[in-house]
Write a protein that binds this ligand. Structure first.
Ligand SMILES: [Fe+2]
Length: 249
């Protein structure tokens, strides 16, 4: 090995200065190639996972959208994609644990799925990640949560800070908290990636200790570029001290 090669290999092993080691497990991302609006190709997925691994994560649970209108994914499609992804990572000798669940869009079709006892992909045990539209409160949101619980599932609401209807409705927010719906905040929300009101709402949820999980919700490199500015947030230290469920996944 020449001097240059030695230098290069040493450089590769230098830990990345931005760290998510404290998070341990990222449980929200879109890294299975070509099945939603996240990573488009296998090399794309691998490059994103390489970056996430450099941050010091020990595990990634990736969560493709399942949305009737746009992303008609099934557990089979997701499992096949996961296999392809794992093989790709193995070939590139990238050693990190990667699992897959889903991010379910709350609608009537989802409710039917739960009612009829169809299999839901879980983050771990009975934990199911769900999302809603950003503007209007879904009519049947509480009914769907109730039905999920009746069927043994525990809902995790993805990025509550991004829902316009929730920012404006503190009574409904309290309703969800009273029902012990787990809140998962996107780390990017604290950087101001989405908007100022979303950032402030996320900060308030952190201040009030309402956050059970954090996720990257990584779709592409733009997300990670911005994520690396997270240490500029005055909440960066605080969130690392929180007792979050990510550690137990
Ligand atoms: Fe997502």
């Amino acid at each position: 090995m020449g001097i240059l090669e030695i230098f290069k290999s040493q450089k590769k092993e230098t830990p990345h200065e931005f760290s998510l080691k404290w998070l341990e497990v990222d449980m929200h991302s879109h890294l299975i190639p070509g099945i939603d609006d996240g990573a488009k190709t296998l090399p794309d997925s691998i490059a994103l996972i390489k970056r996430l691994k450099q941050y010091g994560l020990r595990k990634i649970i990736t969560t493709p959208h399942i949305m009737t209108e746009y992303f008609r994914n099934t557990p089979e499609i997701i499992r096949m994609g996961l296999e392809e992804l794992r093989l790709g990572l193995q070939n590139e000798e990238i050693d990190i644990q990667v699992d897959a669940a889903a991010e379910y869009y709350l609608d009537e079709i989802f409710l039917e799925k739960v009612e009829s006892g169809q299999e839901l992909l879980t983050i771990k045990d009975n934990l199911v990640l769900v999302e809603t539209g950003f503007i209007n409160k879904p009519q049947m949101m509480l009914e769907i949560f109730f039905t999920m619980e009746m069927n043994g599932y525990k809902p995790i609401l993805a990025h509550p800070e991004r829902y316009h209807y929730l920012i404006k409705d503190t009574a409904f927010l309290q309703d969800l908290l009273d029902r012990e719906i787990y809140f998962q905040i996107n780390l990017l929300s604290l950087t101001g990636f989405y908007s100022k009101p979303i950032k402030h709402f996320a900060e308030m949820l952190v201040d009030e200790n309402k956050v059970k999980l954090f996720g990257t919700d990584c779709h592409n490199h733009r997300y990670l570029d911005m994520l690396e500015t997270l240490p500029n947030s005055k909440y960066f230290e605080k969130i690392q001290e929180m007792d979050i469920l990510n550690h137990y996944l």
